[in-house]
Design a protein around this ligand. Structure first.
Ligand code: KG4
Ligand code: ZN
Length: 341
């Protein structure tokens, strides 16, 4: 089965063609980052308009790269939530229209299920059961994956998402938008031990996160400092280490709690090399396998949506013809695989 995957939930237009027999045939991405940078964050209306502009050309580009024609598409999978509603509706309307024109089934995909399953696109895919650390710009959660479609949320952020904390701290330090990658780059030059940072919620039991206190601590530190380049890099390094340590502590707890043999890292913050390295070492020490998607499939992309959609479409699922998108859509409300067939 060849599935066209469409991702338009935020500021990336992602398209892919996934073949259940041979794997990923093609993928293409247009990032709107530069368009939103001058506003210091994503402007929803601009995001929607740009998805309209880029989506069809990217679909054509993917078909060409895969040496396929429209008639080869067996089904369409599109992100229907959670995300920016106007942006989601562009992918939803386009996906449904293509499916209708070709007389093929279409499926509404949950964006976070896409992130969760993204490591399965790699050569040595993780096997269920596993625990997933899902850390993106909008979400931070630990999820027990017993099977595809069977998700139990073990812990969530009570305030800011990990990526949001990176972005806001980067903005405070004058690093622009989106700040996560810029902060990570600067952190390499800094002394992570010069200032002390809290490890939020690690003294209490449980698997929830909170990053707003760490953000306030960082702000106070910066506003009361010399604000020179060395301090900027040292604060970036100390902040990153605090986030990484906190995430590692919570992952260790989740692995102990579930006794799962494998941890996967997904979502945009999963592109952070310090986090990957620290979790890899923790895995070695405690005897669990750690896997993650390649860097480009950590952040939003069409491949993860095509893949997640393909799993459900092959189980016989499809979504009715209505144009429905969901700004909010709890992950644990997803039906088990094949349930809506
Ligand atoms: O998954 P994603 O592309 O979009 C959402 O669904 O939110 O995640 C984007 C987030 C942003 O907050 C971005 O700053 C963060 O991931 N991010 C990083 C890195 N690369 C992306 N954060 C820390 N270090 C990185 N290398
Ligand atoms: Zn995402």
């Amino acid at each position: 089965m060849i599935v066209l995957g469409i991702e338009t939930s935020c500021d990336e237009t992602g398209v892919a063609l996934y073949d259940s027999e041979v794997g990923l045939r093609a993928h293409a991405l247009f990032s709107q980052v530069e368009i939103h940078a001058e506003y210091g964050g994503v402007v929803p209306e601009i995001a929607s308009r740009d998805h309209v502009r880029k989506l069809l050309p990217l679909i054509n580009q993917c078909l060409e790269n895969a040496d396929l024609t429209r008639a080869d598409i067996d089904a369409v999978a599109y992100t229907a939530g959670p995300g920016l509603i106007g942006a989601l509706l562009v992918g939803t309307a386009t996906g449904r229209s293509i499916a209708m024109a070709l007389d093929r089934p279409a499926l509404a995909v949950h964006h976070m299920e896409g992130h969760l399953l993204a490591p399965m696109l790699e050569a040595d895919p993780p096997e269920v059961p596993f625990v997933a650390l899902l850390v993106s710009g909008g979400h931070s959660m630990l999820v027990e994956v017993r099977a595809i479609g069977e998700y139990r949320i073990l812990g969530e952020t009570l305030d800011d998402a990990a990526g949001e904390a990176f972005d806001k701290t980067a903005k405070l330090l004058g690093l622009g938008y989106p700040g996560g990658p810029a902060l990570a780059k600067l952190a390499k030059q800094g002394d992570e031990k010069r200032f002390s940072f809290p490890r939020p919620m690690t003294n209490k039991p449980g698997l929830d996160f909170s990053f707003s206190g760490l953000k306030t601590h960082t702000r106070n530190l910066w506003l009361n400092s010399e604000q020179d380049e060395t301090t900027q890099a040292d604060i970036a390094a100390g902040f990153q280490l605090a986030v990484v340590d906190t995430l590692v502590i919570k992952c260790r707890r989740a692995m102990q709690h579930t006794r799962a043999p494998q941890l996967i890292i997904a979502g945009g913050v999963g592109a952070n090399l310090a986090l990957r390295e620290a979790l890899q070492q923790a895995g070695k020490k405690h005897g669990w396998k750690v896997s993650y998607p390649r860097l480009e499939f950590c952040t939003d992309n069409g491949a993860m949506i095509a893949f997640a959609g393909c799993q459900r479409l092959m189980a016989g699922e499809h979504t009715g013809p209505g144009l429905q998108a969901f700004a909010r859509w709890p992950l644990d409300q997803l039906p088990p695989l094949g349930a809506t067939a």
